[in-house]
Ligand binder design. Structure first.
Ligand code: DC
Length: 225
């Protein structure tokens, strides 16, 4: 492949299957993976630890710029998420971090402060980028843009199953309500709202297996790259 380093963007609401699809796709292509939601979650965790409120925008922007995070791909910490030298992979998945991440993600200076950090993941041989604004804002020139959706009920069921497997008690009706509130915040914010890029292909994953979705995306990748 000649020209700029290839990027496949996978955007969509929480629970649409982005994380799984992006991981399998990156493995299949042998490309790097950017879990941009993890960056927002790391900022959320760091801000909670620093007792910083969502309204303290200057402090938040400074924290976002200085955030000491790592995503090791080799060695004993491969696959873990590291904040200030310590593994926080499970901590950032907790509801409190997800909730705060969604609030911070609506703050324009926070998004701006995280842009270069996300773009730095674009390294040879290529990148699969998972998030909300990968195709619209962070990598607008990506040759392949995918927007994954699924019904709210199915997304809540997937989240419920995931929590059960982790041994975390959860109520399906509460999860559905939280998911709708987060959808509302992610799609209604004024900066980089969750929406498909004009040149994105939308795939509804409600009734599709992971394999079927990955194959559909691979077809697109092979046609474009
Ligand atoms: O995908 P996730 O649940 O880990 O993301 C956590 C929050 O971060 C989510 O509510 C929306 C926000 N986010 C965002 O605004 N832009 C991104 N590119 C990724 C995540």
């Amino acid at each position: 492949m000649n020209g700029p380093i290839g990027v496949v963007t996978i955007d969509g609401p929480g629970g649409a299957g982005k994380g799984t699809i992006a991981r399998v796709l990156a493995e299949r292509l042998g490309w790097h993976l950017l879990d941009s939601g993890a960056i927002y979650r790391l900022l959320a965790l760091a801000s909670l630890r620093a007792d910083m409120g969502p309204g303290e925008v200057d402090r938040l922007a400074a924290l976002a710029e200085a955030l000491d995070i790592r995503f090791p791909t080799a060695g004993p910490e491969a696959g873990e998420v590291i904040l200030d030298g310590a593994v926080v992979s499970d901590l950032i998945r907790q509801e409190a971090c997800g909730e705060r991440a969604s609030v911070l993600a609506a703050v324009p200076v926070v998004r701006q402060a995280l842009l270069d950090r996300q773009r730095a993941f674009r390294q040879p041989p290529g990148l699969v980028a998972d998030g909300r604004d990968m195709g619209t804002v962070v990598f607008p020139d990506a040759p392949v843009k995918i927007f994954l959706t699924a019904s709210a009920g199915e997304r809540a069921r997937r989240r419920h199953k995931q929590l059960m497997e982790q041994g975390v008690a959860a109520n399906l009706a509460d999860l559905l309500q939280e998911l709708r509130a987060r959808d509302q915040r992610d799609t209604q914010r004024s900066v980089a709202p969750l929406k498909p890029a004009e040149d994105a292909v939308t795939i509804d994953t409600t009734d599709l297996s992971v394999e079927a979705v990955v194959n559909a995306v691979m077809e697109r990748v092979e046609a474009r790259l």
